[in-house]
Design a protein around this ligand. Structure first.
Ligand SMILES: [Zn+2]
Length: 116
């Protein structure tokens, strides 16, 4: 099973192997409070980028452990590259970029990124 996502203009398209999540992490850090992303974390290996590799721009701040990936045309952040606690490459998928997911049905897990 996999689920598909994209940025707004459609330059960046991707799919993630696995079942669509029922939970999302919402964070209150200086970045997330501005972008409003709803995130799920997955192993990097589960992400397949179908288009838009050259359209993505990276942004880091604070501890620089997460590289936010933005479409250079529409400015939407479909995902961010991160590292799992065990050191393996991970990806944080912005579930707002996955049209098949019912955002209102997601169980929200609040993360206090502002205090980190
Ligand atoms: Zn775009």
């Amino acid at each position: 099973m996999a689920y598909d996502g994209s940025c707004h203009c459609g330059a960046v398209t991707f799919s993630v192997d696995g079942k669509a999540p029922a939970q999302a992490m919402v964070c209150n850090c200086s970045m997330c409070r501005r972008t409003g992303v709803m995130l799920t974390f997955a192993p990097r290996s589960t992400l397949t980028l179908h288009s838009g590799e050259n359209a993505l721009r990276g942004y880091t701040f604070h501890t620089r452990k997460i590289t936010h990936q933005f479409c250079e045309t529409c400015g939407i952040e479909p995902f961010a590259y991160a590292t799992a606690p065990d050191g393996t490459p991970a990806v944080a998928i912005n579930l707002r970029c996955v049209p098949s997911i019912d955002l209102d049905a997601l169980e929200i897990q609040r993360f206090d990124g502002a205090s980190r």
